[in-house]
Design a protein around this ligand. Structure first.
Ligand code: FHN
Length: 428
């Protein structure tokens, strides 16, 4: 169920960590798509040692990034559990040099740093013998030389005896996660294969709340989640209700040494601001190496984002969604009491900053984090119709191009905007 901490949160850190970081191959999909054989993919278990895993350092970095919560993969579609599950020997304790539970220390470290604990769990499990799958011939040219029959692609009818055994396993692992780690949030994935009825999602919601009272559930439980999870494509319009946009820093969720296509810090800040201006939050992904270290490019971006957030905290974290882009042609937020309006500037204005439809008298306009006051002038308007003029704001002398500056407009009263179609318009 939704909690105040989640509604007020603005930034989460997503962590995709698993055996797929060893070669690396990318998470689960390479064997599903026949790019490599299942055996080849799973051989990575021999190299997953978590030798330098330092959850306290992770938690400190997540805190320095300015995040309020984090989500760690406990089991991706490959079925390899990062905790000591008693329901399968496919886990990093029994099959990997890591040889220990990796989830409990993550949860403890986050809690020591006042970061809410999120656990990712894949409903589907491409390693489980009872997960419904029927052999499907895939054309040689589509397999890249891998085995012609990919037992992970299933078509047609499900064996419902196997399915009920799988559901018992699915529930059993979720009960382990809930009762052993008491997560604040469960981030589900992989519900697409079966219907809500086949997953028994309605019953699952009740079971989860019995095992972890108050736990927040993401949308990937068919219709039984608490919030939307748009992924990789930044929404243009705000999804209904609470939502969180999840995004990679480069093009891979898990560690991929060859992937240097990183978004710049300025781009990440801009995407973060676009999310919060629409009332959403950003779940920014990192992919640690098999030894538990975090790629320097990712650590650098997390620290840079945190530094920017600390400088603009009242506009970025202690705020609510902003105003329509019909009023200001850019992202904005409001203070919770609606008496401060924050306009985010990422591009150098050619002349002045333009705001339309603001009725409030203004106390002053400054650049957040500086003492610089900006000159402004209200022009036009139709007082007899209570239609305010336009506000023209001189842009700041010191302007940090790209990293996002914030114009703070302190109002004499709660925000009052004109939202009509104008005054005495000509009647057709
Ligand atoms: O298939 C997964 C994918 O590997 C990755 O974990 C993303 C993260 O949101 N979720 C699924 C694709 O939507």
């Amino acid at each position: 169920m939704l909690q105040d901490w989640f509604i007020e949160a603005k930034l989460g850190i997503f962590i995709h960590w698993g055996i797929y970081a060893v070669k690396p191959t990318g998470e689960s999909w390479p064997f599903f798509n026949g790019e490599i054989s299942y055996e080849d993919y799973m051989s990575q278990m021999d190299g997953f040692g978590a030798e330098k895993y330092d959850p306290a350092a992770w938690a400190k970095l997540i805190q320095e990034a300015g995040a309020q919560y984090a989500i760690l993969t406990t089991k991706h579609h490959d079925g390899v559990a990062l905790w000591d599950t008693k329901l399968s020997d496919l886990n990093v304790i029994e099959k990997c040099p890591a040889g220990r539970d990796l989830i409990e220390p993550y949860c403890a470290a986050l809690r020591e740093h006042d970061i809410k604990v999120g656990l990712y769990f894949s409903h589907l499990d491409w390693s489980h013998p009872d997960y419904p799958s029927l052999p499907k011939e895939i054309p040689e040219e589509d397999t890249g030389g891998a085995s012609k029959t990919n037992r992970f692609n299933y078509q047609g009818k499900t064996d419902y005896e196997a399915w009920s055994r799988f559901l018992a396993f699915h529930r059993g692992q979720l009960k382990e996660l809930c009762t052993q780690f008491d997560p604040d949030l469960l981030w589900f994935d992989g519900d697409w294969d079966r219907s809500s009825e086949e997953w028994k999602m309605k019953e699952l919601r009740d079971e989860l709340h019995a095992w972890a009272p108050g736990v927040v559930l993401n949308s990937r439980m068919k219709a039984y989640g608490d919030y939307s999870t748009p992924e990789q494509g930044l929404p243009v319009l705000s999804p209904d209700g609470e939502w969180e946009y999840c995004m990679t820093m480069n093009d891979h969720w898990g560690y991929m040494d060859s992937d240097t296509n990183y978004k710049s810090l300025s781009q990440i800040i801009r995407i973060f601001v676009e999310c919060i201006s629409m009332g959403g939050k950003l779940l920014l992904d990192i992919g640690p190496r098999a030894d538990g270290t975090i790629p320097e490019e990712q650590e650098e971006r997390l620290r840079g984002l945190g530094s920017w957030i600390r400088k603009h905290k009242e506009a970025a974290i202690e705020s609510i969604k902003g105003i329509s882009r019909n009023h200001y042609a850019g992202p904005s937020t409001l203070s919770r009491d609606r008496k401060n309006l924050y306009l985010f500037l990422f591009d150098l204005p050619q002349n002045q900053i333009f705001l339309n439809g603001l009725r409030n008298p203004i106390k002053r306009i400054t650049i957040l984090g500086t003492k610089e006051e900006l000159e402004y002038k209200r022009m036009g308007g139709a007082d007899w119709l209570n239609i305010p003029g336009n506000l023209w704001i001189d842009f700041p002398s010191q302007f940090e191009i790209g990293m996002g500056s914030v114009v703070k407009i302190e109002l004499e009263s709660e925000l009052d905007l004109f939202t009509g179609k104008g005054g005495a318009v000509a009647q057709n």
